[in-house]
Ligand binder design. Structure first.
Ligand code: SAJ
Length: 416
């Protein structure tokens, strides 16, 4: 088929791996990013964030000449838009990055190109992106009407797990939703270049909603586990034992409670469904509220534990949003440490995070937060708060058991 050049717009956690894997499969890729630092880094063969194996792919892509980063879109056979879709203060989706990408892309189109939206998006966004392009380029069409050249527009949501992106890009099944059936078929042909999973064709709105539903499913299930942790606390029973026992039922599989839900996906995507169907999506909304309220609950547990201590020292084990990564984005652990240190300046917080070398700015600016190693925290804290179940903490869990511990991840449960 005729796709030999691809422009990937947005060189973040999804765009850069996708650009690199296409380049590794012989496609000439121009990666587009508004950040000059990212463009310079990628052209040096460097990756501006941590993702296993990605650095090798990027370095190889750049040295083979198949991968190049630029500041603005250049003509190509196909484009993949992978820009952020955050929400605003009122939980309404912010589509401004997609709109900017569409408007930047429009002038380079000649007709005949495939344009794929990969960003996780509210239902109807792919169509809106197409409309933003057509508003700039009324000489083009989505279906050849009035004899105008066609652009093929489709949605193909990313579903890769941070930390396993280079594996899951190749092995996961993919959903491809076309604005027209022909657009879906063309998008399938592109993903077949590197994807060994099944490629399932549908329309764009169903593809958009399927992605949101996947992350909402996980959010609702984590909320169930988090609610159980509150119930168990009220009943004075061990939630980890409770879940372990219940999971022996052949049709029960409860997830794990934690200090809240972090990252840029699961805590965001359900809101897009709530926004699209506010009357109907009651359970999905409540699950979000349950998960969002968990960090505050943990904070109150810490305050109860330090009550009566004049200048308490609290150890916080883990800052990342989940185990064994360095990603602090929307991490409930960071929020708990920040609120504790900010609201109670007489408290010293010793943060233990083996995956980073320095505190993020929002914690570094607080005089009563320090990044220390586990030994220092073990030796000097009055209260020990386990916030992330990093494998690196297994070595210290046994020594925490005898101390004043708030274990939000159940790591000490097996060590008692
Ligand atoms: N968490 C719990 N308890 C659990 C499982 C997770 O508290 O039992 C917490 C984690 O600690 C973390 C948060 O949930 O704070 C999210 O972590 P995660 O590992 O569930 O998911 P993400 O955000 O890293 O990636 C998800 C994945 N979606 C699903 O598993 C349905 C991934 O496949 C998606 O591609 C990604 O979102 C995305 O980009 O949308």
């Amino acid at each position: 088929m005729g796709i030999s050049t691809v422009g990937v717009i947005g060189l973040g956690y999804i765009g850069l791996p996708t650009a690199a894997i296409l380049a590794a499969n012989g496609v000439a890729v121009t990666g587009v990013d508004v950040s000059p630092t990212t463009v310079t880094a990628v052209n040096r063969g460097e990756v501006p964030f941590v993702e296993p194996d990605l650095a090798g792919y990027v370095a190889e892509g750049v040295s083979s000449g198949k991968l190049r980063a630029v500041a603005a879109p250049e003509p190509a056979d196909a484009y993949i838009v992978a820009v952020p879709t955050p929400f605003m203060a009122d939980h309404k989706p912010d589509l401004s990055y997609i709109r900017s990408a569409a408007e930047a892309l429009a002038p380079t189109l000649r007709g005949g190109e495939l344009v794929i939206l990969e960003s996780t998006s509210p239902p109807g966004t792919t169509r809106r992106m197409a409309d933003w392009i057509l508003a700039e380029r009324p000489d083009l069409s989505l279906d050849g009407s009035d004899g105008r050249p066609v652009i093929y527009v489709a949605h193909c949501p990313e579903r890769v797990l941070p930390g396993r992106v280079m594996v899951e890009l190749v092995t996961n099944d993919r959903i491809v939703g076309g604005i027209t059936p022909e657009a879906a078929k063309q998008a399938r042909d592109l993903y077949q270049v590197f994807c060994q999973g099944e490629i399932l064709l549908t329309d764009a709105v169903t593809a958009e909603t399927a992605k949101l539903v996947e992350n909402s499913f996980r959010d609702v299930n984590i909320a169930f586990a988090n609610e159980l942790s509150l119930v168990a606390d009220r009943l004075d029973i061990d939630v980890w034992e409770l879940i372990r026992l219940a999971n022996h039922h052949p049709r029960v599989n409860i997830l794990q409670p934690g200090p809240g839900v972090g990252g840029h996906c699961i805590a965001v995507d359900p809101w897009f469904i709530v926004d699209a169907a506010p009357e109907e999506a009651r359970l999905i909304r409540t699950a979000r509220e349950v998960n969002d309220s968990k960090p505050r609950w943990v904070l109150h547990k810490v305050l109860d534990a330090v009550a009566g201590i004049e200048a308490p020292v609290v150890a916080a084990y883990g800052l990342a949003f989940k185990p064994n990564i360095d990603d602090l984005r929307e991490s409930p652990a960071v929020g708990i440490v920040r609120e504790l240190a900010r609201t109670f300046p007489h408290t010293t917080v010793l943060a233990v995070e083996p995956h980073i070398d320095e505190l993020p700015a929002e914690l570094a600016e607080l005089p009563n937060v320090r990044l220390v190693d586990a030994e220092e925290a073990l030796a000097s804290a009055d209260v020990h708060t386990l916030l992330v179940d990093h494998a690196a903490f297994r070595a210290v869990v046994g020594r925490l058991v005898a101390k004043n511990v708030i274990d939000t991840r159940g790591m000490t449960a097996g060590a008692r």
